[in-house]
Design a protein around this ligand. Structure first.
Ligand code: UD1
Ligand code: CA
Length: 476
């Protein structure tokens, strides 16, 4: 029998976001904030972890499930009407087996900064003090609209009072409730039954379980966390941007400590789970998102958008690279202005130059496409050169077809490869060739139109337009 279950409250819309989207779906550090909140809780491996959904319930559930595809502990409870945190917790309890006898961790989906370390320390303190009810408190200079922690003369917690329901004297208290609780299941079930909406907002307040515990003469742990920033919620777009900047700064600091140079940290947008090796230099205006992994000694000149990429050691990304879901092997040189689309796999020592687009293209060791090409659905061997303007004609409007090119080929400029088509090894393609069928190993292939010259033709042409100068010579 598991000894910990969890409930994450995430049904609210977040009115002050002024958004059609539920607040927990707004992104922070490159992912919906709910996933960050869930990850901290998942570190404690609760069974089940129940997310209470309401606004955009289906989308929220979908994103939560997609974020933890291997987790078998997820449950979802629908709160159709948002009648307060207490009622939300009641909804959450419906997903927890009635015979569950451990502790229940309750947090919010809009606490994206909460760390697993803090939750672990909180749980240890809760266990050590052998109480049935604990919550995390912090002290703030400006306690704003948070619930105030009320203690008696001996320092024991007696209640949490919402700012709206507080007396002037209570409002002066700077110790506040963060909204994170650990409560023994049996007591929580009973206490939630007792909640009544007799307060300024006419809501069922989860915080009232504290006064209920006190009335039963139970001891309550108000555990004071050191770092209040972990409990900053997001209520507006401005707070979202501030938190984004904080997350970004923390990620950048971590990377710099690990030996990564950021030429301008203010314009480095790197998701916090991205791995980057030492002595890599990241220029200005670079976004690195998703589960990207970048090797050592890599140079990214600047203005790049990289998502779910792996980049080997010593690669050089020149100005203006967009790459997603691809692998770039060691010692490759990419750009300037290159577009590597999903399924691009470069074995290493490759060169992808300016205005080259690749999609589902595999290039063997040392192969190059230096200028102006489209390589889609292509399997290219090692040591092959793709000349300027080479195009794989991979699509007939209905289906996509594969182009195969062997090792050590020299594909001349302005060649079209009409797929499905295959070039053997050591093939030499004359420039301007249209390839429509298989070329055997070691061949020269060409489809030139014979060249014809007509001497004096240009002067004759101008004469036919007597008195006028053509536009291309006008300014000359
Ligand atoms: C709550 C606490 C307050 C604490 C503060 C910390 C109560 C009564 N008050 O206040 O003591 O200082 O959090 O941030 O609990 N939610 C639902 N369904 C609902 C209502 C809320 O799922 O019916 C979710 C929201 O989506 C949100 C969380 O619960 O994630 C907190 O709700 P919110 O309305 O922000 O609570 P506060 O009034 O800020
Ligand atoms: Ca709030």
């Amino acid at each position: 029998m598991p000894d910990l279950a969890a409930i994450i409250l995430a049904a609210g819309l977040g009115t002050r976001m002024r958004s059609e989207r539920a607040k927990v779906l707004h992104e922070l550090g490159g992912e919906p904030m709910l996933l960050r909140a869930m990850r901290a809780v998942q570190a404690l491996a609760p069974t089940p972890l129940c997310v209470v959904v309401g606004h955009q319930a289906r989308e929220v559930e979908g994103i939560a499930r997609a974020g933890f595809p291997d987790s078998t502990n997820l449950e979802f409870a629908l709160q159709t009407e948002q009648r307060g945190t207490g009622q939300a917790a009641r909804c959450g309890m419906t997903a927890i087996p009635p015979d569950f006898a451990g502790d229940i961790l309750i947090t919010y989906g809009d606490l994206p900064m909460l760390s697993p370390a803090t939750l672990t320390a909180f749980r240890a303190a809760h266990r050590a003090s052998a109480v049935k009810v604990s919550f995390i408190a912090v002290t703030l200079e400006d306690p704003a609209a948070y619930g105030r922690v009320i203690r008696d003369s001996s320092g024991d917690v007696t209640a949490i009072v919402e700012a709206r329901d507080a007396t002037l004297e209570q409002r002066a208290i700077t110790e506040i409730n963060t909204g994170v609780y650990l409560v023994e299941a049996a007591f929580l079930r009973e206490a939630l039954e007792q909640l009544a909406p007799n307060n300024a907002q006419g809501e069922y307040y989860l915080t009232d379980i504290i006064a209920i515990a006190r009335a039963r003469r139970m001891r309550i742990l108000g555990w004071c966390a050191d770092d209040a920033t972990e409990f900053a919620g997001v209520n507006s777009r401005e707070e979202l941007a501030t938190m984004e900047a904080e997350i970004r700064n923390a990620t950048n600091r971590k990377l710099m400590t690990a030996g990564v140079t950021l030429i301008d940290p203010a314009t480095a947008y790197i998701a916090d789970n991205v791995e980057i090796g030492a002595d890599t230099v990241i220029g200005p205006n670079v976004q690195i998102l998703g589960a990207s992994k970048i090797g050592c000694g890599v140079r990214i000149e600047g203005t790049a958008w990289l998502s779910n990429v792996t980049i080997g050691d010593r690669c050089h990304l020149k100005l203006g690279v967009r790459a997603e879901e691809c692998h770039i092997g060691d010692d490759s040189e990419i750009g300037p202005f290159a577009h590597l689309r999903a399924g691009t796999e470069l074995a290493g020592h490759n060169r992808i130059g300016n205005f080259v687009e690749t999609k589902k293209a595999r290039l063997g060791l040392g192969s190059k496409a230096s200028h102006l090409s489209y390589l889609g659905d292509a399997v290219i061997g090692a040591g092959t050169n793709i000349g300027c303007g080479v195009i794989t004609v991979n699509y007939d409007g209905y289906d996509k077809f594969v182009t195969e090119i062997g090792d050590h080929c020299m594909v001349g400029c302005d060649t079209q490869l009409v797929a499905p088509v295959k070039l053997g090894n050591d093939v030499y393609v004359a420039s301007g060739t249209t390839i429509v069928r298989e070329v055997p190993d070691g061949s020269l292939v060409l489809s030139h139109h014979p060249q014809r010259d007509k001497a004096g033709w240009t002067a004759e042409f101008h004469k036919r337009h007597a008195g006028r100068r053509p536009w291309w010579v006008e300014k000359g």
